[in-house]
Design a protein around this ligand. Structure first.
Ligand SMILES: Nc1ncnc2c1ncn2[C@@H]1O[C@H](COP(=O)(O)OP(=O)(O)OP(=O)(O)O)[C@@H](O)[C@H]1O
Length: 473
């Protein structure tokens, strides 16, 4: 391999055809130019067609991204040195008159090689951002090594890329030999969009395009809420208050107002749907037929939900405990009357369901706090607001004894030799946010994983696999 500039594009067709490899070498998936580096590369296969999620992504992206990964402007360095880099340089380096912007229709990008040193890594290419002074490797080897079941929960501010990172991690685990389930407990699901496959319906669906076992599940929050309502109601359509009214205990129900039982049962508090979703997942993954799955990944709802969710098991445990005691008292006083009217059975059934729900909530709480089996990964983007929110999220997770080790900073601008004005400002903001992370007492101790902003729609298994290979090293 000559030591000089390499020029090329990611070949999506090649990438797809090599996807069976557990650890593909990205170099092999690139069309690398011949020595001399003057020839253009054969054009790459375009990624999947745009969908409605693309508009969301485009809205977040700078108008003039300095370089683009989909145009696969990856630069790689020959392995004779000790640090191996992959990055992006616009064609400006070859042709200084050409603007390195999306607006420039004649844009193209080059691989540039520099005299560098090589550190032992699994790939001969890595994405390195020049705005990434604190970047660390994700420690995927450690994540994959354990054979017993592990739960990963990815959470953070809305729209930062939780689903993309969770789906990419699931693909990576599955390709590394772990039968995996990825579950979305976010009421606004985007797993289906991410995998470009219909995963709605509330059942486990095998993900297409992989040979390894990967299943996905989008929990239907409405169904979950309905289940809770059914469990909490005494019979058919009546809630606790109606139930007590029907027993001539309406006055007592009024006096118990401060317990907010009716409110709890008839209008489930925010976060409850997610708690039920997780407890539902727990319920089925504990069934012997799911023993084979060694990695369970939760794509959780945005921060607010997560925080409420964390305090919910305790809240529910207490509330349901109170309800149960109350019901038992009412039951002993009225069972004779009720059995005459045939409602005794329904009441007993409701109590059993509540008790089961309570048990499952306790399990969810235990799962959240189990350092052996669980890890919460915070996903953020390099903006001051997102970093501040991540810091608060981390503080709450620590307070609740939820194990957190890693922080993904997603959508970091890739390197550029010359930024447009917009990109220069954006890069400066990102640097400031990355600095904030470095100095934030909550976040500084976490392993920082940087994921570049890519100009490819992260949709479908090949794209997720590509993202996973960049993030999870
Ligand atoms: N590194 C990245 N580069 C470019 N686009 C990205 C990147 N990560 C995510 N995106 C895009 O950003 C959009 C939002 O990502 P995603 O749905 O994963 O975020 P989210 O945090 O799960 O959102 P929500 O909170 O709405 O569920 C998607 O269109 C996705 O393709």
């Amino acid at each position: 391999m000559p030591h000089g500039p390499l020029v090329g594009h990611l070949d999506w067709a090649k990438y797809n055809s090599r996807k069976r490899e557990t650890q593909p070498n990205i170099r092999n998936l690139l069309s690398i130019d011949s020595p001399g580096h003057t020839k253009s590369f054969p054009s790459h296969t375009e990624p999947p067609k745009p969908t409605k999620t693309e508009s969301k992504r485009k809205a977040m992206a700078p108008r003039c991204l300095p370089t683009s990964i989909s145009r696969m402007s990856i630069y790689g360095f020959p392995s004779r040195n000790s640090i191996s880099h992959m990055g992006l340089f616009p064609d400006t380096l070859r042709n200084p008159n050409r603007l390195p912007c999306w607006r420039d229709s004649s844009r193209s990008f080059s691989f540039i090689s520099l005299p560098i040193t090589r550190r032992p890594t699994r790939y001969s290419f890595q994405v390195r951002s020049i705005a990434a002074p604190t970047e660390a490797v994700a420690g995927f080897d450690e994540m994959v090594a354990e054979t017993q079941r592990k739960y990963y929960m990815l959470g953070g501010k809305g729209g930062v890329g939780k689903t993309s990172c969770a789906a990419a991690l699931a693909v990576k685990f599955a390709n590394s030999g772990h039968p995996t389930i990825v579950v979305s407990t976010d009421p606004a699901h985007s797993l289906s969009d991410s995998f470009a496959q219909d995963l709605t319906g509330g059942t486990l669906v095998p993900v297409d395009g992989l040979d390894s076992p990967l299943f996905a599940l989008e929990i239907n929050p409405e169904k979950a809420k309905e289940e809770f309502r059914n469990a909490s109601q005494s019979n058919g359509s009546t809630g606790v208050k109606d139930f007590m009214d029907s027993m001539g205990l309406g006055m007592l129900a009024e006096q118990l107002g401060e317990l907010k039982l009716g409110e709890l049962l008839d209008t489930p508090p925010p976060g409850l749907d997610e708690a039920i979703a997780i407890s539902k997942v727990m319920q089925f993954v504990e069934a012997p037929e799911y023993n084979m799955f060694s990695r369970i990944i939760f794509d959780t709802a945005p921060t607010g939900h997560t925080l409420r969710l964390l305090s919910l098991p305790d809240f529910l445990d207490k509330s349901i405990g109170k309800i149960m005691t109350l019901r038992k008292k009412i039951a002993s006083a009225t069972s004779a009357i009720k059995s005459v009217f045939g409602q005794e059975e329904a009441r007993q059934d409701a109590s059993d369901k509540l008790e089961k729900l309570r048990e499952r909530m306790i399990k969810v709480r235990e799962l959240f706090r189990n350092t052996e089996s669980t890890e919460f990964i915070i996903v953020t983007i390099p903006t001051v607001m997102a970093v501040s929110e991540s810091s608060r999220l981390h503080a709450s997770l620590v307070k609740e004894s939820v194990p957190v080790k890693r922080l993904i900073v997603n959508q970091v601008l890739p390197p550029s030799a010359s930024d447009c004005k917009f990109c220069a400002v954006k890069r400066k903001d990102q640097m400031r946010a990355l600095d904030m992370i470095k100095n934030d007492p909550e976040l500084m101790s976490l392993t920082l994983i940087q994921a570049p902003l890519v100009d490819v729609e992260i949709r479908g298994v090949p794209a997720l696999r590509f993202l996973g290979d960049i993030i999870w090293k």
